[in-house]
Write a protein that binds this ligand. Structure first.
Ligand code: URA
Length: 230
């Protein structure tokens, strides 16, 4: 790989900034000053910037409290994206482990560890996700059993997997699902003739949205939170 690319990948410097740093003799490769940004470097080479070794950073894991109005993609020409809320070097390397709709708020996990996020999003892993929902109509106790049995969603060949519904108030519920079908929660309530007015994700697996994390803010996951995703 070229020196400028290798350095910019492990720092928050652009390729142009790395070129200037090389010309200014701030970069060394295996102890020798390297001024040519196009020089080839190997993975085994030790690169230093201003005398500090540059190491490939380990995997990163963050929880974000997603506000309404943000899309869960990394690039969008029309709407702000959840990545716009993240201020980290090389943030374009992060991906979202389970999207939320633009009009859903709450817990979003971001990582650059593909295997870890696969365990959350893969349909085979049945990772639980818990949502608070405010509904347009009062909900009947019979919905608890219907959700536990599974719901036929329009256009789908399989019932939803059993979901747990807790009725909090006449039209406020907490629902836990273990799949991630398109607009799943909204469609499940629509199948009962109801409508979701407000949806907020509280939990993914064992990871609970931090109550102290204001909307639009994020924090690294603790080692215990990372390890909880098996
Ligand atoms: N279900 C939905 O309908 N929307 C979401 O954003 C998440 C789950």
């Amino acid at each position: 790989m070229r020196l400028d690319k290798a350095v910019s990948q492990v720092t928050d410097l652009s390729r142009a900034q790395v070129k200037r740093a090389a010309k200014a003799e701030r970069i060394t490769v295996n102890g020798a000053v390297a001024t040519d940004p196009s020089a080839k470097v190997l993975e085994s080479d030790t690169l230093c910037l201003d005398g500090e070794p540059l190491l490939e950073p380990g995997p990163r894991y963050f929880m974000l409290h997603k506000p309404l109005g943000y899309v869960s993609v990394t690039k969008d020409s029309e709407h702000p994206t959840v990545l716009d809320l993240i201020d980290e070097p090389n943030k374009h390397k992060l991906h979202i482990a389970g999207r939320l709709d633009i009009d859903t708020s709450g817990l979003v996990l971001l990582t650059d560890d593909g295997q870890w996020s696969h365990r959350i999003t893969s349909p085979r892993h049945h990772c639980d996700k818990t949502y608070y929902a405010h509904l347009a109509e009062k909900i009947d106790q019979s919905a608890v059993e219907k959700f536990a049995k599974g719901i036929w969603l329009s256009g789908e060949k399989k019932r939803t997997r059993p979901a747990t519904l807790e009725i909090l108030f006449a039209n406020e519920v907490r629902i836990t699902i273990s799949e991630g079908r398109y607009h799943q929660v909204k469609r499940m309530f629509a199948a009962l003739g109801n409508r979701v007015l407000e949806l907020h994700r509280e939990r993914i697996g064992e990871i609970q949205l931090d109550e102290d994390l204001p909307e639009g803010e994020y924090r690294p996951l603790t080692p215990e939170e990372v390890a909880s995703v098996q």
